[in-house]
Design a protein around this ligand. Structure first.
Ligand SMILES: [Zn+2]
Length: 243
């Protein structure tokens, strides 16, 4: 849980992701990773060498305005408050996704990860600017892209905004969905939906990672549900999928 508390304490408003990027790169410095960045500030990580890789995505930014915040743990529930003890958003959307990827990088021997900046809408600026900008060739040797950036604990989004087809309904085996309490649903937009809209052909999906009240001051996470998401993704990565 410690890593998650450190992530929540860092403000990472869209376009101001430098601090969270530094924290991330420092935390991963002991791992043998190939790390690249691009002109807009996205981070691309490759671990190990393979012909094709399981690939994961998350976004580095959050919607909330920067402020000094303290992380509160109440049993399974985690949230943040400001110096006056008012609730403020913790940026679980999408630090929970980052937490999953940072854990995967420690236990999966061969994988790729795309960490995008500026996913959130910002005034007149559209969302998914990092995913809209990136060089798609990073995904040429990826088997699929799993993003953990969905509220709640039970959704695998297989159809995104505007009816965008993300993956087949049986992409993840039914017994695996049942074991972890997930089901295939329709959902909204995030980075992997943008990648599909740009023509990415491999399967992608967006998976619930235990956060609630995203974009609100009352945002919180149920840690057991985030852990369940990590275990689900680990087992997907180990499974034979229909791809
Ligand atoms: Zn998000």
């Amino acid at each position: 849980m410690n890593l998650l508390l450190k992530l929540y304490a860092i403000s990472s408003k869209s376009g101001k992701e430098d601090q969270i990027k530094s924290f991330l790169l420092d935390s991963l410095a002991d791992l043998p990773l190939s790390i690249e960045t691009d002109g807009i500030g996205n981070i691309f990580i490759t671990k190990g060498v393979a012909e094709s890789y399981p690939c994961f995505a998350a976004h580095l930014d959050e919607i909330h305005a920067p402020c000094e915040r303290e992380v509160i743990v109440e049993g399974d529930k985690i949230y943040t408050v400001d110096r006056l003890w008012n609730r403020v958003g913790c940026g679980a959307d999408d630090k929970n996704g980052l937490w999953v990827i940072m854990n995967l990088l420690r236990s999966v021997p061969v994988m790729k990860a795309a960490l995008f900046v500026q996913e959130e809408r910002d005034g007149a600026l559209a969302g998914c600017r990092g995913a809209g900008y990136c060089d798609m060739s990073f995904f040429d040797d990826a088997m699929y892209v799993l993003e953990c950036d969905r509220k709640g604990a039970s959704d695998v989004v297989s159809v995104g905004k505007g009816g965008t087809h993300l993956c087949e309904p049986d992409f993840i085996p039914q017994d695996l969905l049942q074991k972890y309490g997930y089901e295939m649903v329709r959902g909204g937009k995030t980075d992997v939906v943008e990648l599909k809209m740009r023509g990415l052909e491999i399967p992608v999906c967006n998976i619930s990672c235990g956060y609630y009240d995203a974009h609100k001051n009352s945002e919180y996470t149920l840690f057991s549900q985030l852990r369940n998401c990590l275990n689900f993704v680990l087992e997907i990565t180990a499974a034979e999928l229909k791809i």
